[in-house]
Structure formats: structure tokens, C-alpha cells
Design a protein around this ligand. Structure first.
Ligand code: CAA
Length: 285
């Protein structure tokens, strides 16, 4: 039975995942690398709950319960009694390969270790633990509390029992799970990344303005956001890492990151979270 959930990372995704778990009734602990990042992540979750309370989506009592279920920490040792741990740190394999063996040592036997990676190999993460049968991907979409989909990513070592527990867990969070094999990009990014890259190439080639491309895809296809608004929303850095990971696996030019994307990331233009991407958000920060 899942009672306590641990989340590693309280950034955009980790924070959204921790919020989702706590508001779904789970005792939740979230870890960041320093107090400043933790405070910022926790503040974002608390203000989302306040916004939901103001909109009448949470009662004052539910707000208090959510708050009491969510705990922040800087210490991985506090994850020892978690039943499920979801890793949501930066998309950097070296970092993930440090975290998984550490969690494996700390977290009780029988607990499941999941990764929110969007395109890195979950098999590799499982392979550095002594419980690869209890390791799989659980990929959320931004904003995690709102988006209904999760991808459950199965490696060749993941057991049927793990998949079935994670499926039940995803349903208990109000999500619709789909099952994907551990291949770069899984389902969504395998299709989404070439679309976003094609939009950047159109802009590089001067085929249309970013505003017109966004309007075209919103109104012409009924997408909630055009590709440049979505790129800024997801994060240009995250998009670049995902494109690189899929390109690395298949060497298909469809996934080769366009020069403009690389230069924007090099310049710190990560999108909404840094204040500047294809659009300027500095006034709304
Ligand atoms: N917690 C709780 N509720 C939240 C929330 C949060 N953190 N953030 C937003 N909401 C709620 C809002 O309160 C609002 O609720 P009501 O409709 O009841 O008022 C609702 O979500 C919609 O939000 P907004 O009204 O602010 O804005 P919107 O209607 O324009 O929708 C959006 C925003 C849901 C983000 C929508 O534009 C959308 O679906 N965009 C596409 C997002 C997308 O494609 N995400 C996937 C990206 S790919 C990815 O993440 C994977 C990867 O690996 C790269």
C-alpha cells in the first residue's frame, strides 16, 4: 500500500508532482539541493493551493490538510520510509546515476523508484540499483497538477507487479496512464519534439513570424498553445535536452536541435522560467 511519496527536486516538474501527490492524499516529502530552491518551490505550491482555494476548488479545510501533508527537506535520508520515490531533477544522466544508487541504499526494500525523465534511459537508472525490477519511468506533463496524462515507462527489467502498482498509483492521482517502452522520447516527446523543432526551423528560415505560427496552430489545429508559447512554457533547455537524447539514440535529423534553440539556451533564454525565451515575460515575473 502506498502511503508516503518522496519527490526529488522541487522545480517546475518536481514541485508540480509533489503538489499533485499531496493534494491526492499522500504524505509527501520533497527534496531540493539548497534552502533557496526549496523555499521557492514550496512557495509556488502553496500559492497554487491558495489560487485553488480562492477559485472554490479547495475548501479551507482541504487547504490546511494539503499543507500538513507536504514536507520539504534537504536530506535524502528522510526518504527512508517512502513507499514510492519520484526523481524529478534536471535531465542530466550523471546526476540521475548519482541519485538512484543513493536512493537504493536509503529507501526501504520493496519501495519503488521512479523517474520523471522525459527522454533519458530509465534502464540505465535501474541498472545502478539492486532493485531494477522496482524501477520504471512515471513521466508527467507540465503543468503536472493539471495535465491528465502520465507515461509509465517500462524497462526490460521492470516487473509486472511494479507496473500494476504504478498504474493504480497514477489513477489515484487522477491521471490517465499510458504504457511506453523505454525508448528515447517515449510516446509524447517522440511526436512532439519534431513538431517544435520544425517550428523553430520555420522561424530560422523566415517563413513566418513566431506570432503567426502560434496563431496558426492554435486556431488551425485547436491546440491550446502555439509551438513558441509551448516551447517557452516547457522550457527551451528541457526541449534541447529531450531533442539531444532522442537524436543520440536514433541519429534521425528530425530530432537534431536547430542552431537557434542551442544559441538561446546558451544565452540563458530558457523561456518563461528565466523571463525570456521566444517571448518576453520579464514584466510578469
Ligand atoms: N495547480 C492547480 N491548478 C492549476 C495550476 C496548478 N499549478 N496551474 C493551472 N491550474 C488551473 C487553473 O487554475 C485553471 O483552472 P480553471 O480552468 O478551473 O480556472 C486551469 O488550470 C487552466 O489554467 P489557466 O486558466 O491559467 O490557463 P489556460 O486555460 O490557458 O490553460 C494550460 C493553461 C493548461 C497550460 C493550457 O494552455 C495547456 O494545456 N497548454 C498545453 C500544455 C502542454 O502541452 N503541456 C505538455 C508539454 S510537454 C511536457 O511537459 C513533457 C516534456 O517532457 C517536455
Amino acid at each position: 500500500m502506498i502511503r508516503k511519496v518522496g519527490v526529488i527536486g522541487c522545480g517546475l516538474m518536481g514541485g508540480g508532482i509533489a503538489q499533485t501527490c499531496a493534494q491526492s492524499g499522500y504524505e509527501t516529502i520533497v527534496r531540493e539541493v539548497n534552502q533557496e530552491f526549496l523555499d521557492r518551490g514550496m512557495a509556488r505550491i502553496h500559492s497554487a493551493w491558495e489560487m485553488m482555494t480562492n477559485k472554490g476548488k479547495l475548501t479551507q479545510g482541504q487547504l490546511e490538510e494539503n499543507r500538513s501533508r507536504l514536507h520539504g527537506t534537504l536530506n535524502l535520508e528522510d526518504f527512508a520510509d517512502c513507499d514510492i520515490v519520484i526523481e524529478a531533477v534536471l535531465e542530466n544522466m550523471e546526476e540521475k546515476l548519482r541519485i538512484f544508487p543513493a536512493l537504493d541504499r536509503i529507501v526501504k526494500p520493496g519501495a519503488l523508484l521512479l523517474s520523471n525523465t522525459s527522454s533519458l534511459s530509465v534502464t540505465q537508472m535501474g541498472a545502478v540499483t539492486k532493485r531494477p525490477d522496482k524501477v520504471c519511468g512515471l513521466h508527467f506533463f507540465n503543468p503536472a497538477p493539471v495535465m491528465k496524462l502520465v507515461e509509465i515507462v517500462r524497462t526490460i527489467s521492470t516487473s509486472d507487479e511494479t507496473i500494476s502498482t504504478v498504474r493504480e498509483f497514477a489513477l489515484s492521482l487522477g491521471k490517465t496512464p499510458v504504457l511506453a517502452k523505454d525508448t528515447a522520447g517515449f510516446i509524447v516527446n517522440f511526436l512532439l519534439i519534431p513538431y517544435l523543432i520544425a517550428a523553430i526551423r520555420m522561424l530560422e528560415n523566415g517563413m513566418a513570424t513566431k506570432e503567426d505560427i502560434d496563431t496558426a496552430m492554435k486556431l488551425g489545429c485547436g491546440y491550446p498553445m502555439g509551438p513558441f508559447t509551448l516551447l517557452d512554457y516547457v522550457g527551451l533547455d528541457t526541449t534541447l535536452w529531450a531533442a539531444e537524447a532522442i537524436y543520440e539514440e536514433y541519429k534521425d535529423p528530425l530530432y537534431a536541435p536547430p542552431p537557434l534553440l542551442r544559441r538561446m539556451v546558451t544565452s540563458g533564454m530558457y523561456g518563461k522560467k528565466s523571463g525570456k525565451g521566444f517571448y518576453d515575460y520579464t514584466k510578469s515575473l
